[in-house]
Design a protein around this ligand. Sequence first.
Ligand code: UD1
Length: 417
Amino acid sequence: MSIWRVQGGYPLDGSLTIQGAKNAVLPVLAAAILTGSEVELTNVPRLRDVEASLNILRHLGCAVGRQDDVVRLDSRNMTGCAIGRELTGQMRSSVIFLGAILARCGQVRIAMPGGCELGPRPIDLHLAAMKALGADVSLEDGQILCRTDGLTGGHIHLALPSVGATENAMIAACGAKGATVITGAAKEPEIVELQGFLRALGADITGAGTDTVAVRGFTPVRQVGWRVMPDRIAAATMLCACACAGGDVELRGLDPAHVQSVSDALGRMGADVHTGSRRLRIKCAGRLQGGGTIVTEPYPGFPTDAQPLLMAASLKADGVTVFEETIFSDRYRQGVEMTRLGAKVAIAGRRAVVTGVEHLHGASLTAEDLRGGASLIIAGLGAEGETTVFDRGHVARGYEGLDRALNALGAHIDFTE
Ligand code: UD1
């Protein structure tokens, strides 16, 4: 059990560089096994989910080396095509290996994925994508089995713009003979990043960032270098942290457009936000205003991952902020915990109404998931006295040294693992 002890009442001041993106590097790590190329990735964040992916790659027989933010991968001698529950249970994104292993080996056996409890997280769209490329798919004792004598390009229509299913479809299609068109695709920046990496590997792929992605062919490249994009949700976390604590913070090395829905929401609440080239500065003095209605939506709408973070920022705002969560059915667990700080959060199904209060007081809280856990830590920055967050390792899945990053800006957080 990790414990975060947050002393509230210290404004944040200074600048920081945003870490590499968890949700971008995980599909890139899976896609790296498509061929026997040697891949060197830089700006790879030190996260539990990244370590879990590297362990899966080692288990499959890949040579994996890591030095600081550089990861070197060699899948030439990859032998395995099965991943058991002890490895997949650690994170939802393990399912992203489905398309990659199937494309490389012609068969895959993978235990059902774990990950954050945000309501049911089916994988029907991932499986339908594999079927559309000609794979036989079955489920057996909590394991997914897919096999093929050779994937064939085809039309994959995603009834929902699932990020993971779009990524799995793109990766598997690179191993198929003939062209594939994916319609109803997710448009998140991480999809554009994956397209860039697949191109570097040798794929002829276009359309990422729109709802139609086309894969026309693949000519493997031997050696590939790739720099992981900055993490827009880590950036959103720092923006909301500044809104909770007050202060003046500059974020560097990010694409401000990727967090625009979040910075716009904070701007409407009265934060002073300045956008530069690959930097963003936020100043928060005094009480923010209520945020109106925030509806989570696929990109470029307001991200569901930032919903708990903006909720933390709204707890002390003057007025009401209404959240409508359209992506996941059970993503307000942090709201219940926040009431222990003296916050007013009323939850009814997919809607949560926050009525801002003038003061929050420290309390003992439990992190129930990754972003919810981070939201409790940043809420503690704005509470009087000490807030303790008990966390079964959720936060370390997605943040590299969140305590160090915030303390460098003037926060007082003591973290024990
Ligand atoms: C990714 C992100 C996660 C983010 C989410 C939504 C990664 C590693 N994780 O998760 O941080 O919260 O996007 O932006 O990138 N669905 C189905 N069937 C499927 C797949 C999904 O019904 O086969 C539903 C899900 O239950 C959910 C919605 O589609 O309600 C969105 O899920 P999806 O976009 O797939 O999320 P992930 O890729 O798991």
